[in-house]
Design a binder for this molecule. Sequence first.
Ligand code: GTP
Length: 601
Amino acid sequence: MAEQSKIRNFSIIAHIDHGKSTLADRLLEYTKTVEKRKMKEQLLDTMELERERGITIKLQPARMEHDGYILNLIDTPGHIDFNYEVSRSLAAVEGALLLVDASQGVQAQTLGNLYLAMEQNLTIIPIINKIDLPNAHVEDTKAEIVNLLGCEEEEIILTSAKTGEGVEKILQEIIDKIPAPTGKSDKSPRAIIFDSKYDDYKGVVAFVRMVDGSFESGVKIRMLATKTSSEVLEVGYFKPEMVGHPQGVPLQVGEIGYIVTGLKDIEGCRVGDTITSQESKDIKPLPGYREVKPMVFAGLFPKEGHNYNQLREAMLKLKLSDAALSFEPERSEALGVGFRCGFLGLLHLEITKERLKREHNIELIITTPSVAYKIFTTDKKEQIIKSALDLPDPSRIGHIEEPWVKIDIITPEEHIGGIMKLVTEKRGEYKNTEYLKSGGLERVILHYELPLSAILVDFFDKLKSVSSGYASLNYEILDYRKANVVRMNILVAEEPIGAFASLVYRDEAYRAGRSIVKSLKEAIPRQMFEIKLQAAIGAKVIASERIPPMRKDVIAKLYGGDVTRKRKLLEKQKKGKKKMKAMGRGSVDIPTEAFLAVLKK
Ligand code: GTP
C-alpha cells in the first residue's frame, strides 16, 4: 500500500514538440512500468491521430514506481487550444517538469504553460531536452530559463529524451523536490474528477485525484455538483492501461487513479466535480475547474453520400471523450442538415474534423469559422449568437461585443518590424516588449491584445511567414469588448442567401463584400438572363457584380437585307430577356462549389 509521504504527483509542461511524450516514454521505460517489448513510441498518445501527428490531445495519466516511491505522471497537451486540459491536470499534481528544447529555446507556449503551473503554486523542475542535437544551444537556453524562473543554472537538468541521458537525474529530482501530497486520510472522502471516459465494458470511468480519505469498491458515492448517486464498482490506477485494485484495497489519499462509477451516462460525471461518499455530511466541494466555453463556431455538414444520422452518432461518440465539444443541429439551404458546432479554437476544429474522418469515416464540409459574439439588446438582455443568422433585428440591438485575446509572441529581434505591422493591421493593441536574455542570440517577447477573430483565419501562417518561421505564439482569452460589426447579406438575383450572411467590421465591409461577389461571379455559371450579385448592409448595396446572360446571335440568319428587320429581332430578344429575368428572380441554382468558394473563405 502506498504511504502518503512516498507519493509524488507531477506533470510535464512544454511548447509543442519539445519532447514531452518522448520523455514520458523514457520515464515509463526506465522505471520498467512498461516492458521494453511493449514499448512503442509516444505510448501516452493513445489516439491514432495523436500518434500520427505526434501531438498530444488528451491528457493521459500513468503510475510508475521508483526507489520505493510512487510517481504519478499526468501527460498534458502542448497546444493552446487544449489549455483547459493542461489546467485540469495541473490542479491534480504538486509539481511540473518544465521541458525546453535546446535547439529552440523558450517558446510562447513554454511561457503559457509555465504561467498556468505558477498559478497553481506547483514546484517547477527545469529541464533542457534534445541536448544530443548538433544545433543544441544549451548555454543560451540555460540563460533564458534562469532569466524566466530566477533559478540557479545548476538546478537545470540536461537531458536527451532520445538517448535517455539525464532521465535518472529527473526521477531523483522528482522525489527530492516535489512535495508529497497533503490531505487527511481520516477525513470524509473527497476526490476531484480531472477527466472521465466511457468504457464499453466498465461504463463511465472517473479519473480522479484523491484529496482526502479513500474509496474502495462497494462504497456508495455521490457527485456534489450533478447530485448523481451510485456505487463504486472498481478502483485502480493507470499503468498506463487501467489496473484494478483487488477487492478491499482502496484508492488512498494523495493518489491518482480511477473509479468505475457504475453510471451509464457520462453527463452525471462532470469534470471538475467532487466525489464524496453518500454517508458524508456537509462536504464542501473542491474548487472546480474553469469551465470551458466554445469561442469559435462553424457549421459541419456531411458531404454527399454521408448522412446526417451517421454524423449525429459520431458527434455523440466524440463528445464522450471531448467535453469541450458542443453542437446543435443546423439546416442550410445549400448544404442540407448538419450541425453548428462550438470549438475552443482552430486546432480543436481541425482535430474534430480529422477524428470524424478517421474514426467514423465521415467526410465533411466546414463553413468559415466565426467567433462567439455577444449581443446586448435594447431591452438590456444579453445573448451569444452562433451565426450571423441569429442576429436580432438591428433596431433591437444596443451593442455587440466580441472576445479579445492576450497574445505573447516570442521572436528573434530582427522580425519585430514585420510582426508589429501584421498585428497592427489586425487591430492589435501593443502592450509591451520583454527581452529573453540569452548570449548572442537576442529574442524578445511581444505582448499584445487583439480580437480573437483576427487570429482565426490566417494569422498563424502570416506570422510564420513574416518571421521566416521563427516566431511562436500563445494566446489566452481575455474578455469581451465592444465591436463595431454589422450583418452583411449577400443577394443573388436579388434574393438574400442565408448561408452567406456574415458579421463584418463596418470599416471592412466594403472590401469583404467586394471579394465575395467577385468570387461568386466566377463560381456561378451563366444563365439565359442576367444575374445580379450584391453585398448589402440593411437596404444599402455596398458591392455588386453582374453575370451577363448567355448570348444567342438572333440575327445570324439574316444575310444583309432590311435594317428594320434586324432591329425587330433584337427588340424581341430584349423583351424575352426581360421576361426571363423577371421569371428567374431568385431562382438561380447556386452550385455547391459556389457556396464553398464563399463559405470556406
Ligand atoms: P506534443 O505532444 O505535440 O506537445 O509534442 P511533445 O512535446 O510530446 O513532443 P514529442 O515527444 O512528440 O517530440 C517531438 C519530436 O522531437 C519527435 O520527433 C521526437 O522524436 C523528437 N525528440 C524528442 N526528444 C528528443 C531528444 O532528446 N533528442 C532528439 N534528437 N529528438 C527528440
